[in-house]
Write a protein that binds this ligand. Structure first.
Ligand code: AMP
Ligand code: MN
Ligand code: MN
Length: 324
C-alpha cells in the first residue's frame, strides 16, 4: 500500500509532538473503532508523545478485553476543559460522527482523518482515507509499517479485532487477499485469532439472546421479497446488531436488509446491508448518514413503523434500479 511521503512525514511530526494528542472515533463505537483508537494510542506512545482517548460513548462490553480498553475515557468522565490542538479521528466518515467530543477540539486544531468509509468527507487537515481497505485495522497495519513502528502483540490484537469485525469474520465482499495477508501477519505478531473472535461474537448476554429471538420474529419481507426489515424496540436492544441483520440479509431473494432500532434520544437508527447490487452507502448519505457500499446507516425521527414505511419504498426502488 502506497502513502504520500509528505503526508507520512506530517503524521510522524504530529504524533511525536509535545502536544497531547486527542484520539477519538464515532459514537456507538464498534470493535474497529475501539481497536483503532487503542492502536493509535500505542503508536503515539511508541513515537514518544502522549495520547488521550476520549469518546462520547462508553466502550462496549464486548471490547472490554482489548489491550488498553480501561484507559478509554468517556466525555462525562473527563473533567477536561482543555481544547486539543492535535487530534486523530479514526473510523468516522464525517466529523459529526464524533458527537460531543467536538467541544474538546480547538478551532485551529490539526486533524488527522484516518478512515475507510466510501462516504468519507476528507474533513481532516491531513487525510488518510482508503475505502479499499476492509477495516481501519487493515489500514493502520500499513501505517505502522510505513512509520517503522514495532508491531507488538497488543497492537496486533487491537488491529485484528477491527479486521475480523468489519469483514464479518472474513466473509464480506470487502475481504481481499490483502485483508487475509494482514490477518496472517497480525496472528504472526501475536494476535490470538480464536480468542479474539470468541470475545467479540461468542460471549453474549443471555438477555441479548432472548432479544435476538424477539427481533428475528419481527421479520417482514417487502415487494417480492427483495427487501427485508426487522424492528428493535428500546427494551430489546442488543449489543451487536450484526447478529440479527446478518440473518435479515441471508434470506434467499433478499437484496437489501434493514434493521430499525429505537434509540434513547427518540430517533430510529437504521442499519442497512446489501447482498450484491445496491450501494447502501448512497442511500444512507441521502438520509444524512453514511457507511460502506454493502453496510451503511443513518438516523431518522419517527416511530419504528413510520420510519419503516418511509424507507421501504426507497429500498424497493433502489433494488429495482440496480437490476435495470
Ligand atoms: P451499522 O449498520 O451501525 O453497523 O453501520 C454500518 C456502517 O455504516 C458502519 O461503517 C457505520 O460507521 C456506518 N454508519 C452507521 N450509521 C451511520 C450514521 N448515522 N452516519 C454515518 N455512518 C453511519
Ligand atoms: Mn466503525
Ligand atoms: Mn470500520
Amino acid at each position: 500500500m502506497k502513502f504520500v511521503s509528505r503526508d507520512l512525514d506530517k503524521l510522524k511530526t504530529l504524533l511525536s509532538s509535545d502536544d497531547q494528542v486527542l484520539v477519538t472515533t464515532h459514537i456507538r463505537p464498534d470493535p474497529d473503532a475501539i481497536g483503532s483508537v487503542l492502536a493509535i494510542r500505542e503508536m503515539i506512545k511508541q513515537l514518544g508523545s502522549e495520547a488521550h482517548v476520549i469518546l462520547e460513548d462508553e466502550c462496549p462490553p464486548r471490547c472490554g478485553f482489548l489491550p488498553g480498553a480501561d484507559e478509554i475515557l468517556t466525555l462525562s468522565e473527563t473533567k477536561n476543559t482543555q481544547r486539543y490542538k492535535a487530534v486523530v479521528i479514526v473510523d468516522a466518515g464525517d466529523r459529526g460522527r464524533v458527537g460531543d467530543v467536538e467541544r474538546l477540539i480547538s478551532t485551529s486544531a490539526e486533524i488527522v482523518n484516518i478512515d475507510h468509509h466510501s462516504s468519507n468527507e476528507h474533513f481532516g487537515t491531513l487525510n488518510f482515507v482508503y475505502p479499499d481497505t476492509a477495516a481501519c485495522g487493515e489500514l493502520l497495519y500499513f501505517l505502522i509499517k510505513a512509520l517503522s513502528i514495532e508491531l507488538t502483540q497488543t497492537l496486533a490484537t487491537n488491529l485484528y479485532a477491527g479486521l475480523v469485525t468489519d469483514t464479518g469474520r472474513f466473509r464480506h465482499t470487502n475481504t481481499t487477499s490483502r485483508s487475509l495477508q494482514v490477518g496472517a501477519a497480525l496472528i504472526d505478531a501475536g494476535a490470538d485469532a480464536a480468542a479474539i473472535t470468541d470475545h467479540l461474537y461468542y460471549d453474549i448476554a443471555a438477555q441479548d439472546i432472548r432479544s435476538i429471538g424477539i427481533i428475528l420474529g419481527s421479520l417482514e419481507l417487502h415487494g417480492r421479497g427483495e427487501v427485508s426489515t426487522m424492528l428493535v424496540k428500546l427494551d430489546q436492544s442488543i449489543e451487536d446488531p450484526d447478529h440479527v441483520v446478518d440473518f435479515a440479509r441471508a434470506i434467499n431473494g433478499v437484496e437489501v436488509a434493514a434493521l430499525l432500532s429505537e434509540m434513547k434520544d427518540g430517533k430510529i437508527r437504521v442499519s442497512m446491508r446489501s447482498k450484491a447490487r445496491v450501494d447502501v452507502s448512497k442511500i444512507a448519505e441521502s438520509f444524512g448518514g453514511g457507511g460502506h457500499v454493502r453496510a451503511a446507516g443513518f438516523r431518522m425521527i419517527g416511530t419504528l413503523t413510520e420510519v419503516r414505511d418511509k424507507i421501504v419504498p426507497v429500498l424497493l426502488k433502489a433494488v429495482k434500479d440496480s437490476s435495470a
